[in-house]
Design a protein around this ligand. Structure first.
Ligand code: NAD
Length: 329
């Protein structure tokens, strides 16, 4: 049995689908603070609604099921909120993870895949960021992920807990069959926000800064399809099952797209004109953040397959469902 924490959320629910289609039996643990019961119901997956901050709750999962491995996606994810309320982030993301790890060790479950982030690198020092890039996160969210990675190293040395840390770049897109997709409230990510602006008469979309030192002045990011991310988790699981050692891997496409390019691709796919205005830069946004994914390719045999057009198309199909109000519990 594979436990997916945060499996009612965006990336976790796509991991559930990928695991199910590879024949794994899955149980989801999620407090539904940000996740959605509608998605859990659609996935037809075993579900426990509880909070990782409740040790007895997560321990009970290991009492009830023999958990062969854990995919740990549950976390708070909003960078801006983490600056205003770091206590919330360290308590949930670090303390919650400690409870999970302690339950794992107690029940002799020693394989973990952890949702880490490219935000742990901080301000990029090279055009492409590989796993050896200095780790210097610039906000409490990123620091909560770096702390967890350090804890995982210690837990391997002391307790033999083997982990794969996936440092995602910008996750985007949705399940090709629209069974799940990106559904954050509030939504802080670029693609769903551009797509949202095309509904209900359309709102003007704001670009945060057009004076960066990039190809067109707007920020450049590496958008990796969520189905490709989910596929990596299945490979990561196989890697650990086959005796792989604790390690970290960047999950990105090696390609950067500017905000203007994303905006133009969204206009092409939606066939709608999207009104746009230039806003000021947001604090802490690096000009460019693009992965070097060669390690995941070499060690895990992972390659992102989806094009940017595939990704925006599935995101749009999902957004249309959300906006139509046709997703029900
Ligand atoms: N979305 C991205 O682009 C991105 C990029 C880098 C890293 N990540 C990481 O990937 C993971 C998943 O992100 P997402 O976009 O799917 O977020 P999400 O908010 O959609 O999913 C997170 C899920 O975890 C649940 N959760 C949070 N705290 C919990 C707790 N204490 N107990 C039980 N459940 C809890 C939430 O209810 C939610 O369903 C996170 O760890 C995030 O830091 C995401």
């Amino acid at each position: 049995m594979i436990l997916v924490t945060g499996g009612a959320g965006y990336i976790g629910s796509h991991c559930v689908l990928a695991l199910q289609s590879s024949g794994y039996d899955v149980v989801v643990f999620d407090n539904l603070e940000k996740g959605h019961l509608e998605i859990v119901n659609t996935l037809k997956v075993k579900f426990i609604q509880d909070d990782l901050k409740n040790l007895a709750g997560i321990d009970g999962v290991f009492e009830r099921y023999k958990i062969d491995a854990v995919i740990h996606c549950a976390a708070h994810i909003e960078v801006g909120e983490s600056v205003i309320n770091p206590q919330k982030y360290y308590y949930n993301n670090v303390y919650g993870t400690l409870n999970l790890l302690n339950a794992m060790i107690k029940h002799n479950s020693h394989k973990l895949i952890f949702s880490s982030t490219a935000a742990m690198y901080g301000e990029p020092q090279h055009a492409r960021v590989d796993e050896n890039h200095p780790q210097n996160p610039i906000n409490p969210y990123g620091r909560s992920k770096l702390m967890t990675e350090n804890i995982l190293d210690d837990y391997d040395r002391a307790y033999g807990l083997k982990s794969v840390r996936f440092r995602y770049f910008n996750a985007a897109g949705a399940d090709a069959h629209a069974r799940t997709g990106e559904w954050h409230e509030p939504e802080t990510h670029l693609i769903p926000n551009i797509l949202k602006s095309t509904f209900g008469g359309g709102t003007t979309f704001e670009v945060y800064g057009e004076d960066y030192d990039t190809k067109d002045g707007t920020c450049v990011r590496d958008y990796v399809d969520v189905e490709d991310l989910a596929a990596a988790h299945v490979l990561g699981l196989e890697y650990l099952v086959n005796g792989g050692q604790t390690d970290c891997f960047n999950l990105g496409t090696n390609q950067g797209h500017s905000v203007k390019e994303i905006y133009a691709a969204c206009e092409r796919i939606t066939q709608k004109h999207i009104p746009v205005k230039t806003g000021s830069r947001r604090a802490g946004d690096p000009a460019s953040l693009v992965a070097d994914n060669s390690k995941a390719k070499t060690v895990l045999g992972w390659s992102p397959r989806k094009s940017l057009i595939d990704t925006i198309s599935t995101a749009y199909a999902w957004e249309k469902l959300l906006q139509s109000g046709s997703i029900n519990a």
